[in-house]
Design a binder for this molecule. Structure first.
Ligand SMILES: *[C@@H]1O[C@H](CO)[C@@H](O)[C@H](O)[C@H]1NC(C)=O
Ligand SMILES: *[C@@H]1O[C@H](CO)[C@@H](O)[C@H](O)[C@H]1NC(C)=O
Ligand SMILES: *[C@@H]1O[C@H](CO)[C@@H](O)[C@H](O)[C@H]1NC(C)=O
Ligand SMILES: *[C@@H]1O[C@H](CO)[C@@H](O)[C@H](O)[C@H]1NC(C)=O
Ligand SMILES: *[C@@H]1O[C@H](CO)[C@@H](O)[C@H](O)[C@H]1NC(C)=O
Ligand SMILES: *[C@@H]1O[C@H](CO)[C@@H](O)[C@H](O)[C@H]1NC(C)=O
Ligand SMILES: *[C@@H]1O[C@H](CO)[C@@H](O)[C@H](O)[C@H]1NC(C)=O
Ligand SMILES: *[C@@H]1O[C@H](CO)[C@@H](O)[C@H](O)[C@H]1NC(C)=O
Length: 233
């Protein structure tokens, strides 16, 4: 009897402790738990603008809409599914860090990158985890632009490939997250996942009645081959 009381007391403490901690900074009962559709009506509205306007984390919106990348500027006419408010909006974990990149080419493939709104050679190189110079050097003939010049959306741009290298391609049903999450899980890059599904940006319908999770192909286990590396351009 005493032992049981002790146990339930401990359980009670364990349950109430996080609630006490949270209530000092954020009261969950004041949060708006509504999920609703937010239409993009003005050109150049970013997902960051939508996050600010709705008081949600940009990454929470990104994952709720199965976005390729939250830095892609939505088109007018698109709608985004706004998730419930949370005490800790996530504005960070879906963004690619600005790390020093050393590789000059990608493993495996594909060959061409299809530009989306807001792309620059620097942004594309970051999504592919290769140096910006390796993108501009290759692309100057095709689509001349400086590393930070905005590229028109809807054009194919060649990407340098490492030889030898390979990836395994396989079918995948995208049920949660952003491409960065998939890239980390499967050992590939956001840019290569974008190259595999060139017209996919996001899905606001997946979580609505009658919606479907997008089916796509992904790359897994991308690796350098054995032998001296050359860059195919
Ligand atoms: C939650 O947000 C929606 C959309 O902005 C709004 O229509 C609704 O009134 C809000 N609910 C509460 C309880 O504030
Ligand atoms: C949207 O951005 C593009 C490219 O940055 C620019 O050319 C255009 O003028 C902008 N449109 C508006 C309405 O701000
Ligand atoms: C994250 O974004 C939301 C909405 O834009 C904002 O209210 C919040 O202060 C931001 N949080 C952090 C830690 O930057
Ligand atoms: C990324 O980091 C480099 C070097 O630290 C810096 O020069 C560059 O401005 C940064 N780019 C962005 C977009 O923050
Ligand atoms: C994705 O965005 C690009 C421009 O950023 C656009 O060309 C393309 O049509 C979009 N795809 C869909 C399915 O909306
Ligand atoms: C980028 O490539 C380097 C090797 O050049 C690797 O160590 C790092 O984990 C990669 N980062 C991402 C985010 O893919
Ligand atoms: C990927 O690599 C891991 C570890 O080497 C292996 O267990 C797994 O079977 C590989 N997956 C595919 C699809 O080749
Ligand atoms: C790789 O490069 C080294 C040094 O340049 C060279 O000695 C070697 O023969 C090369 N190996 C192959 C398989 O080409």
């Amino acid at each position: 009897m005493v032992a049981w009381r002790m146990k339930s007391l401990i359980a009670l403490l364990a349950l109430s402790l996080p609630a006490i901690v949270l209530s000092t900074s954020c009261d969950p009962s004041t949060l708006n738990s509504t999920t609703y559709l937010y239409p993009i009506t003005t050109p150049n509205t970013t997902v960051f603008d939508v996050a600010k306007a709705t008081n949600r984390g940009v990454c929470d919106i990104g994952r709720q809409n199965l976005m390729a990348d939250v830095t892609i500027v939505p088109n007018v006419g698109q709608t985004l599914l706004i998730p419930p408010e949370t005490c800790e909006p996530d504005n960070e974990t879906c963004l690619l860090p600005n790390t020093t990149r050393t590789r000059a080419c990608i493993n495996g493939g594909p060959r061409n990158y299809y530009t989306v709104n807001g792309d620059t050679y620097d942004i594309i190189a970051r999504r592919l985890n290769i140096t910006t110079e390796s993108m501009t050097a290759l692309a100057f003939g095709d689509v001349p632009a400086g590393p930070n010049d905005e590229l028109a959306p809807g054009q194919f741009i060649k990407v340098p490939l490492c030889e030898p290298s390979h990836c395994v391609i396989q079918p995948y049903r995208f049920t949660w997250g952003v491409y960065k999450d998939l890239a980390e899980e499967f050992g590939t890059t956001v840019g290569q996942l974008m190259m595999l599904s060139p017209t996919y940006n996001y899905s606001s319908k997946a979580f609505l009645p009658g919606g479907e999770f997008p089916s796509m192909t992904i790359l897994v286990n991308c690796t350098e081959g054995v032998g001296n590396e050359t860059v195919l351009t």
